[in-house]
Design a protein around this ligand. Structure first.
Ligand code: ZN
Length: 145
C-alpha cells in the first residue's frame, strides 16, 4: 500500500498508508478538517534523494484525475526524473515501464508514461494524447470494450 503525505490548512502534516491512490483523504488528526494529499516532491527531500520510484506513480486513469493535464504533467516529470536518475544509477533501475493507466479502455494494453509522454510531446495536451492512445488501441488488434 502506498504512503502519502497529507496536509491540513491548520498546518498539520502527516503521512498515512492508504489502500490506493484513489482513497479519500483522511480528516486532520488535530482539527478534524479536510486534508489534502501533497504530491511527492523530490526537491523537499534534498538533492541526494532519488526521485520517487515508478511504482509510486498512480497506475490508473482515475489516479490521474481522469486525465487532468496538471496531474499528468506532474507525474510525467516525476517519471522522467526517475528515468534520468536510473540512467545515472543503473543499480536502481526498475525493469519495467511505468504504467499510467491500466483499467477501462486501457485494460488490455496499459498506457505507459513513456507512451503518454511521447504523444503529449506532439499534441501538447496530455488528455488529447491519452485519447489518441485509446483510439490507437481501438483501431489496433484490441477489441473495443
Ligand atoms: Zn487540521
Amino acid at each position: 500500500m502506498p504512503v502519502y503525505d497529507y496536509t491540513c490548512s491548520c498546518g498539520t502534516r502527516f503521512e498515512l498508508m492508504v489502500p490506493s491512490w484513489s482513497s479519500p483523504a483522511p480528516a486532520c488528526p488535530d482539527c478534524g478538517a479536510e486534508t489534502r494529499r501533497r504530491p511527492p516532491s523530490p526537491a523537499v527531500h534534498g538533492r541526494a534523494a532519488p526521485p520517487p520510484s515508478m511504482s509510486s506513480a498512480p497506475q490508473s486513469w482515475e489516479g490521474l484525475n481522469s486525465g487532468d493535464r496538471d496531474t499528468i504533467t506532474h507525474w510525467r516529470r516525476t517519471v522522467e526524473a526517475r528515468q534520468e536518475f536510473e540512467s545515472r544509477h543503473p543499480e536502481h533501475h526498475e525493469h519495467r515501464d511505468a504504467i499510467a493507466a491500466h483499467e477501462g479502455r486501457f485494460e488490455r494494453k496499459p498506457l505507459t508514461y513513456k507512451e503518454l509522454a511521447s504523444r503529449a510531446a506532439t499534441s501538447k495536451d496530455a488528455t488529447q494524447a491519452a485519447a489518441e492512445a485509446s483510439r490507437a488501441r481501438r483501431t489496433g488488434d484490441t477489441p473495443a470494450t
